[in-house]
Design a protein around this ligand. Sequence first.
Ligand code: FAD
Length: 383
Amino acid sequence: MLPQLLRHRWMDEDIEAFRDQVRRYITGELSPHLDDWRRQGFIPREVWRPFGQMGFLLPELSEDYGGAGASLAYQLVVQDELAKAEFPANTGVHNLAAHYILDYGTELQKQRWLPKLASGEMLAGIALTEPGCGSDLKALRTRASREGDHYVVDGAKTFITNGFTANLLVVAVRTSDTGSRGVSLVVLETEGLPGFRVGRRLEKLGQHASDTAELFFDGVRVPADHLLGEKEGEGFVQLMSQLPYERLFLCVPAAAVIERAVQLTVEYTQQRKAFGQAIGDFQNTRFKLAECATIAHVVRSFVNDCIQRLLDGKLDQEAAYMAKWWCTEQQGKVTDECLQLFGGYGYMTEYPIARLYADARVQRIYGGTTEIMKDLIARKLYA
Ligand SMILES: Cc1cc2nc3c(=O)[nH]c(=O)nc-3n(C[C@H](O)[C@H](O)[C@H](O)COP(=O)(O)OP(=O)(O)OC[C@H]3O[C@@H](n4cnc5c(N)ncnc54)[C@H](O)[C@@H]3O)c2cc1C
């Protein structure tokens, strides 16, 4: 058992009751299908419809936009429970896309898309990365040229989560050649959209239930009022302003997975025997698990602190960068150490620890790599 953490102000009884409800739904309705979804390489969009109708997709939206007017903590609790149950980042990306619309959309845009995103009628993706650029987003080349009351979008994106299943995309495009000031965000409703094509569903090391796809835009006509916000050229600032929330968003699954890995490994090492004793009786095993349990505790404390700061409107960029790289690196370390204690079984994907290990690897890459996080922290140190 991990030690109990101090109760933060954000953890009240209503949130815990909501957490139970979410957990029961995931266990009863979603988890039984997860192996099939892994095999086929995606979770069908329709799965998220009842999830949305239960109020689990975007509880933090106001009732006007189809939510429950709850705090962001409710969303983070949903992500925590999904991660514990080995679900990949699909609803997380959906949530982040909705927050772009919530924070930068015009009233008309919010009315048009948010209720459908909350109900699960629409599933969203965010398309920033291109074959030629990921970390260095201001180098992006997908272009949106204004023609009358439309933009014409040409270019390609890659590694897009929900790229195959989404029917709404927030896409970063170049509206002028002025570096970061030439980047804008546009919203595309992709069903039956001429010129839009989903390329390969990419085969990955882990996160097999999540669809990660290439996207192609060939003269795609988008109504000019699908530009997010009022003016062209605000995309880069919009992207940067969302980053503390986005980065914290990836730390919640890190904490959840670390805890699950420790729990699974304690259970396994109690029943597996070698040299006439339980693996868990070897001092090495006990020390390794003591270290992992300590990491679990420290990660959870840090994440809880960041959640509290986020809810208080005080989560600064640097704390979010630190949390992103450090918690996800710990996730990699703990899943690796725990896998080792399973011996050969740890390498078999039928064992959850093998999947947690493989799924964890990308956490240090997407949402800003560890190196980029450290670079941003260092810039502040030397400012
Ligand atoms: C499974 C998966 C899902 C994804 N989902 C999405 C999605 O939904 N939407 C989306 O837009 N993107 C998505 N991505 C893309 C992801 O955000 C990028 O892969 C990531 O930002 C890194 O970009 P890159 O792959 O181009 O690597 P690069 O930018 O080419 O980096 C390569 C290496 O160089 C290092 N590096 C780069 N610049 C510096 C620097 N200045 N200093 C030191 N080191 C540096 C990096 O840290 C990295 O180690 C996803 C990726 C994966 C693998």
